[in-house]
Design a protein around this ligand. Structure first.
Ligand SMILES: Cc1cc2nc3c(=O)[nH]c(=O)nc-3n(C[C@H](O)[C@H](O)[C@H](O)COP(=O)(O)O)c2cc1C
Length: 417
């Protein structure tokens, strides 16, 4: 019977345990979590979502405070077009975040950064270029482009000295998206080093419509693998979304995937950035508690726990401090929804906004409990403690469970002392 450890992910002559821990913003996939994956010979992701805030929390910088000071006068103005990111500050925050992770790296694995392109930051091209270039400058091993894949993103790095040496990958949810990307980038003569195919059971934003349940990861992966083979394109395919056990992973590895990307199992690890209280919510969740809705202002469906505090919370948009989702014209679907409710209830002290959420603030405060579809199975991966709570796991334990388990078995952790 095969196990994940019988396979290797190959980039040229380099070989890795074929387990990638997916990027989870904002700072849910911490550097500590990514470092464990690298130490154990796999690949970990940090995320650059809201990196100025992450830097402030981790390195005691004042990027958010400084931005707020600059734009405080605009707080009650519905028009957010003047709010711009200081590109120097963005570069500096990225540098700190990446250098700190890379400086602590041990072992033979790699650390990539997850860049969500939907973080349009009121200047999509300029900010994305700075984010990617600074990450490369600071020594990141690779960049995974996700959520809102722009077809021109590789082109933004064309003149960077590390454009051809760093690993660059993309996340797609269909063969069509991959084909479009390859076609648009043909002139660069630089293929992605890997393609993550993310199916409908993943956490975070989904690359599907509200009909996500009609799709199936194994079929999409098979289609992509067949296409790449027919075109003689040697791009490793990494399957993601709903791969819960070592046995699940093996079935993808036996059917043409070069690796698997996993995340949900690690949300209840000690190294994950979610507060312990939220990790317990993930453990407690039942299948009915896991929903997909359209409250994210990005326009993509998002999966989360039903009791997520972000749902319905009508807080004032905080773009003067954050503003990561402002499109190129200073707009955000939450600002529109919030102003509509304020207009309808002018005397109300607090309004409720049901159709959209202030994703920046809620993700920053860990109040948007995004999760994968298999979250309800997490309770089966650990032990119950005497106080009724669930025992947290080490990332090493989860990683090795994926790597060495057979079939659908899941190794429980040693009882807590
Ligand atoms: C809590 C959570 C947050 C996530 N955030 C992001 C993100 O910021 N960017 C991204 O590209 N994918 C994100 N994802 C998707 C994961 O990186 C990964 O591809 C996917 O969840 C793998 O499926 P699994 O969770 O079923 O193992 C997130 C997933 C989870 C569970």
């Amino acid at each position: 019977m095969k196990r994940v450890d019988d396979f290797r992910l190959k980039f040229g002559k380099m070989e890795f345990v074929p387990i990638v821990i997916g990027g989870m913003g904002v700072d849910i996939s911490t550097a500590e979590l990514a470092l464990e994956a690298a130490r154990l010979g796999g690949i970990g992701h940090i995320s650059d979502a809201m990196v100025t805030d992450v830097s402030d929390r981790r390195f005691d910088t004042k990027f958010v405070k400084n931005k707020l000071r600059l734009y405080r006068h605009n707080i009650h103005n519905a028009d957010k077009t003047i709010i711009k990111f200081d590109l120097g500050a963005l570069a500096e925050a990225t540098r700190r975040h990446v250098e700190s992770a890379m400086g602590a790296k041990r072992g033979d694995g790699l650390i990539f950064v997850n860049c969500m392109e939907k973080l349009t930051m009121n200047a999509p091209r300029e900010t994305l270029q700075v984010r990617m270039a600074s990450a490369l400058q600071a020594g990141i091993d690779g960049i995974t482009l996700s959520a809102g894949l722009h077809l021109g993103s590789f082109g933004l790095l064309e003149d960077h000295p590390r454009f051809r040496d760093a690993k660059l990958g993309i996340i797609v949810s269909s063969l069509r998206a991959l084909q479009l990307f390859l076609r648009k980038n043909a002139r660069l003569n630089r293929l992605p080093d890997y393609v993550v195919v993310e199916g409908p059971l993943a956490g975070g934003h989904l690359g599907f419509g509200t009909d996500w349940a009609q799709y199936d990861l194994a079929s999409i992966v098979a289609e992509v693998v067949r296409y790449l083979k027919a075109e003689q394109l040697l791009i490793p395919v990494i399957a993601a979304g709903g791969i819960f056990t070592g046995g699940d992973a093996v079935s993808f590895l036996e059917n043409g995937s070069a690796a698997v990307q996993v995340a949900t199992r690690f949300t209840v690890s000690n190294e994950c950035g979610l507060p312990d209280k939220v990790k317990q919510e993930y453990f407690r969740a039942s299948e009915e508690d896991i929903i997909v809705n359209t409250i994210s202002p990005t326009g993509y469906p998002m999966r989360m726990l039903r009791n997520t505090p972000a749902i319905g919370a009508g807080i004032r948009p905080n773009c003067e401090a954050y503003g990561y989702l402002l499109d190129g014209n200073g707009g955000c679907a939450y600002i529109t929804a919030y102003n509509r409710e304020i207009g309808l209830h002018p005397a109300a002290k607090v309004v409720s906004v049901m159709d959209k959420t202030c994703l920046c603030t809620h993700m920053r405060n860990f109040n948007c409990w995004t999760c994968g579809q298999t979250t309800y199975r997490l309770k089966d991966t650990t032990r119950r403690l005497v106080d009724g709570s669930y025992q947290m796991l080490s990332a090493e334990h989860i990683f090795k469970d994926y790597q060495f388990s057979v079939d659908q078995t899941v190794e429980l952790p040693e009882p807590a002392k």
